[in-house]
Write a protein of this length. Structure first.
Length: 247
């Protein structure tokens, strides 16, 4: 068994030894709704039982299409679980590989590091991002972060027992990555081209650095993420939805 508590205690103790001017000193601004990773155990962190994530296994590819409302989708997103893993803060994470194509050209290539605790909560430990321009040329790694580095801490990718009104941070890296979500419903009926899904989880995801913008996401039991709606100043501007599952 890997106990994050011990690692986290050692990590915190080392930081406490730094002088007051050390930029690595933890901030006192950690939000109350950031899940406390030091209080959970990861016995089989790459075994997925959270049914809102779906039965995704190595070799299965989820294909999504996205675009502006009123226009043909211009982006294709492909998501699959890699065969290799990534250890973050002493926890073995499975890697969700996301690639985004715009008009057939690769514009983003991302590895998300996710682990499931013994209660079934999925934790988000960071991501490695490669961004490309519209011609497919590499631009930067903006958006990359790793829990345990520069005071960044993990949050929930998906909680095991969501309820209406639950809020939770998905990660916390002060002034860099502070996304959070609120559960709006656990019994939504959602229709996409692939079919109609009952008892879906519905969340409102926000980035505090993008004023007036938020995303409504839907997760179907035993399928996973199926749809996203992006709003700007209350208006629906973009949509993404699952269009194919390749076994």
């Amino acid at each position: 068994m890997k106990k994050v508590l011990l690692l986290f205690t050692i990590f915190a103790s080392l930081l406490a030894c730094s002088n007051d001017d050390d930029s690595s000193t933890p901030s006192n601004n950690i939000p109350d709704d950031l899940p406390d990773v030091s209080q959970v155990t990861f016995t089989s962190p790459t075994t997925i039982t959270n049914n809102y994530f779906g039965p995704q296994t190595t070799g299965t590819i989820y294909v999504y299409e996205a675009g502006d409302i009123g226009e043909e989708p211009e982006e294709e997103i492909r998501i699959e679980i890699r065969t290799n893993t990534k250890t973050v803060m002493g926890v073995t994470c499975f890697i969700q590989h996301d690639v985004v194509y715009k008009d057939g050209i690769l514009i983003e290539d991302t590895d998300d590091w996710i682990a499931e605790d013994d209660n079934g909560n999925l934790w988000y430990f960071g991501e490695s991002v490669k961004n490309y321009d519209d011609d497919g040329d590499f631009e930067d790694n903006d958006g990359s972060w790793e829990a345990g580095i520069d005071d960044a801490l993990p949050g929930y990718w998906l909680p095991i027992a969501p309820y209406v009104g639950l809020t939770y941070h998905q990660e916390y890296w002060e002034d860099e990555a502070e996304d959070y979500a609120e559960v709006l419903s656990t019994n939504e009926t959602v229709t996409i081209d692939l079919g109609t899904y009952q008892n879906c989880l519905m969340t409102k995801d926000e980035n505090p650095f993008e004023t007036g913008e938020y995303e409504i996401k839907y997760y179907a039991p035993d399928i996973g993420f199926i749809k996203e709606e992006k709003y700007v100043n209350g208006a629906l501007v973009e949509m993404e939805q699952l269009v194919e599952i390749i076994e």
